[in-house]
Design a protein around this ligand. Structure first.
Ligand code: HEC
Ligand code: HEC
Ligand code: HEC
Ligand code: HEC
Ligand code: HEC
Length: 160
């Protein structure tokens, strides 16, 4: 089992890196905003109570800057349209797990796990793609390494 995992690991890395980033409705760049401008992740990903999801800030938040910055660019005009109508941008999800899995961002952040541990070097990316493994195997690998539980009912409700 150990040997087999060691052989498969490099192959999985190659496959994961090959995943193309989804075409987003607006060409948002983390490299520009979180990298060059060093904006804090939580400015746009606030982690509201009870802390399970991070959420993505609505277009009105973007317009704090973009009502003045690049206001004539076609992408920003589209963004302004969403803000004016009070609609969210239909961003294509990058990281998503099925709803039958228990997962809390806040619980992980409180234990010292970082955004990078699970999402890679986001601030260096113009476009995000799923470049880390958040399958059950990916959860298990880190849980094993950090001595967190591997019990089935840690992440899944028991069926009755
Ligand atoms: C322990 C791993 C882990 C850590 C640490 C982590 N994430 Fe996530 N993130 C995930 C998983 C798994 C999902 C998919 C969750 C789902 O579908 O319910 C996700 C989803 C997201 C989403 C999509 C919205 C949502 O909440 O489902 C955003 C945005 C996000 N993460 C940002 C961040 C930021 C910013 C940080 C650091 C402050 C961070 N994440 C830390 C694993 C992690
Ligand atoms: C703190 C200010 C600030 C916030 C908040 C902000 N941006 Fe930006 N954004 C900038 C700056 C500065 C640039 C770079 C402008 C340039 O290239 O001269 C930029 C560039 C962009 C561009 C490229 C525009 C083009 O045509 O070149 C897009 C698209 C964009 N931002 C979308 C967003 C979205 C979506 C949000 C909200 C989730 C957001 N921005 C929030 C300051 C901000
Ligand atoms: C100015 C706003 C802004 C900042 C700052 C920002 N993000 Fe984002 N983030 C977005 C937007 C908009 C999206 C949706 C478009 C995309 O996926 O690129 C997003 C998407 C994501 C996703 C993918 C969510 C999904 O669909 O599963 C992750 C992970 C993420 N951000 C992590 C981070 C981390 C980590 C930081 C800090 C290093 C950060 N973000 C800083 C606006 C921001
Ligand atoms: C980067 C490492 C890492 C990854 C990846 C990771 N975890 Fe964890 N997880 C931890 C650590 C560390 C703890 C804290 C264990 C403890 O209590 O000491 C934890 C705790 C948990 C808890 C209990 C916390 C709570 O009260 O909610 C659950 C449930 C959980 N993880 C599910 C998941 C799932 C599902 C995934 C994959 C989508 C995942 N984890 C991926 C490191 C990780
Ligand atoms: C650390 C968290 C974690 C633990 C522990 C865990 N799982 Fe999972 N499990 C997941 C995640 C995340 C998924 C969803 C993977 C995906 O679809 O991307 C999943 C999916 C599944 C699925 C659905 C598979 C499919 O094809 O859709 C089954 C069945 C399952 N787990 C059974 C188990 C059993 C049995 C155990 C105990 C031996 C267990 N899990 C322990 C996180 C966990």
């Amino acid at each position: 089992m150990k040997v087999r995992r060691a052989l498969l690991a490099p192959l999985c890395v190659v496959l994961l890196h090959a995943a193309d980033p989804p075409a987003q409705p607006i060409p948002f760049s983390h490299k520009t905003h979180a990298g060059a401008m060093k904006l804090a992740c939580k400015m746009c990903h606030p982690n509201p109570d009870p802390g399970e999801t991070m959420t993505i800030a609505p277009p009105a938040k973007c317009m704090d800057c973009h009502s003045a910055i690049k206001a004539d660019s076609p992408a920003i005009k589209r963004l302004a349209g969403f803000a004016k109508d009070g609609r969210d941008v239909p961003w294509i999800r990058v990281y998503q797990i099925p709803s039958f899995v228990d997962f809390s961002h806040r619980a992980h952040l409180e234990k010292g796990n970082t955004c990078q541990d699970c999402h890679g070097p986001v601030a260096q990316r113009d476009q995000l793609s799923r470049e880390t493994d958040i399958s059950m195997g990916g959860c298990m690998n880190c849980h094993r390494a950090k001595k967190a539980s591997l019990e089935c009912d840690f992440c899944h409700e028991l069926q009755h």
